[in-house]
Design a protein around this ligand. Structure first.
Ligand SMILES: C[C@H](O)[C@@H](O)[C@@H](O)[C@H](O)C(=O)O
Ligand SMILES: [Mg+2]
Length: 445
């Protein structure tokens, strides 16, 4: 039986103590605790639920949870059919509430909360249709798919009509590409070896293991100390050989000129991209860096903290971004990610999503697989991030084989976490947190 109405929206503050091992550490985030507000939408049919998350690095997760509670009033009581028959319009109402909009607009805490709720709505839709999200998207008629997007502030670069046309053009070879994805999967790179807080020996061991597992693309954190970076990049390059791909990520650490100078020092390690060299809001700064590093064969990648489609529009149109890093939880859920995927296609910029954190790999694999089957039709210069953390908490964790994401088969958006994990890691009452607080490793503030 199909549900007709959303009956409740709950949210839990889930956190993992990743900072204890410096997992996820970078030049700006020295001790992140990967966290997520975990949203559950229930319906009038018992057991038919939509689950959604967004991502934070610890403190502040409760603020996003609160924002979700505020938004939930706009979702509870809504008719399921009405949401999905004009999802673009519903998305716009969620981001445009008269007074809450002042807190954004379409950025920051409110937008993270929108992402969690909207991701839950897509999970629900895919579950109702009995398909994994990538397949729901891949099977959708271009007109329907485009109707889920809010084109406000985008018409100067992409209209709905143009988007439909683009999708229709990409229908050729769709079946073959879907079969190819099912057989081989979508290429990914690993960041697990190169966190800034790791010792060289650990980097070395992890690189070797990743090579054995079939990875050919690696990312390392840089930006705190030039000597360290030079040494670590050369070490990784030596370990992975001359032909594998090396990416680096500065997590916004530098001024514009500093980024250019620093990267010139690292260029001999043959680096494909520098990620987030400076403030994520500095489009002109990124452009300047891109122009200066282009002769060295280094492109600029950014997007994990790019606030919305309007910012992406400017990055893409100006040439400030050579690799477009959409994020399933920073943008306002699937709808806005679709908008950016289509704009990137128009400007010929490869989409290489940000993942990792908690659950981001599970979610974003769906978007990459859809992108290949229905939009870009190309794997050139394309790869999605992968991190080897926290997958054990998901009911259907992502599967990576030989450095490729294998398309998920379970219905939904792969969000569902195990009840035991939710109970253990709920902040601050879960068993794991209670133990850590009792041992003095954390304070419940
Ligand atoms: C704090 C986080 O681990 C970040 O370092 C991470 O998202 C990173 O920028 C990445 O690209 O994976
Ligand atoms: Mg990054």
């Amino acid at each position: 039986m199909a549900p007709t109405v959303i009956t409740a929206c709950s949210v839990r503050d889930i956190r993992f103590p990743t900072s204890l091992e410096r997992d996820g550490s970078d030049a700006m985030n020295k001790a992140p605790d990967y966290s997520c507000p975990y949203v559950v939408l229930t319906t009038d049919v018992v057991g038919v639920e939509g689950h959604g998350i967004t991502f934070t690095v610890g403190k502040g997760n409760e603020i996003v949870c609160h924002a979700v509670r505020v938004l939930s009033k706009m979702v509870v009581g809504q008719k399921v059919n009405e949401i999905y028959s004009d999802f673009g319009k519903f998305w716009q109402t969620l981001t445009s509430e008269d007074q809450m909009r002042w807190l954004g607009p379409e950025k920051g805490v409110m937008h993270l909360a929108v992402a969690a709720v909207v991701n839950a709505l897509w999970d629900l839709w895919a579950k109702i249709e009995g398909k994994p999200l990538w397949k729901l998207l891949a099977d959708m008629e271009p007109e329907k798919l485009v109707s889920t997007i809010d084109f406000r502030y985008m018409h100067d670069v992409l209209t709905p009509e143009e988007a439909i046309e683009m999708l229709k053009k990409s229908q050729d070879g769709k079946q073959e590409r879907e079969a190819e994805m099912l057989a081989k999967g979508y290429p990914c790179y690993t960041t697990s070896c190169g966190w800034l807080g790791y010792e060289d020996e650990k980097i070395e061991r992890l690189c070797r293991e990743a090579l054995e597992e079939g990875f050919t693309r690696f990312k390392a954190k840089v930006g705190a100390d030039i000597e360290d970076d030079r040494r670590r990049c050369r070490l990784i390059r030596k370990l992975i050989g001359p032909n594998n791909i090396l990416l680096v990520d500065a997590n916004q650490r530098w001024e514009v000129q500093q980024a250019i100078d620093w990267m010139k020092e690292l260029a001999d390690s043959k680096i494909t991209w520098i990620e987030e060299p400076t403030s994520p809001d500095d489009i002109l700064g990124h452009l300047q860096i891109a122009k200066a590093l282009n002769p060295l064969g280094i492109g600029v990648a950014t997007g994990e903290q790019c606030q919305n489609r309007i910012m992406f529009k400017q990055f893409l149109k100006s040439g400030a971004m050579q690799f477009c890093q959409i994020d399933s939880c920073r943008l306002g859920g699937v709808n806005e990610n679709l908008a950016v995927i289509l704009m990137a296609h128009k400007f010929g910029v490869p989409v290489c999503p940000h993942a990792g954190g908690v659950g981001l790999c599970e979610l974003v694999q769906h978007l990459s697989i859809f992108d290949y089957i229905c939009v870009s039709g190309s794997l050139e210069n394309r790869m999605t991030e992968y991190l080897d953390h926290l997958h054990q908490h998901f009911k259907a964790p992502c599967v990576v084989r030989e450095g490729n994401y294998i398309p998920p088969q379970a219905a939904g958006y792969s969000v569902d976490m195990k009840e035991s994990s939710l109970n253990d890691y709920e902040w601050p009452t879960g068993r794991v947190w209670q133990d850590l607080i009792a041992s003095g490793k954390y304070t419940a503030e």
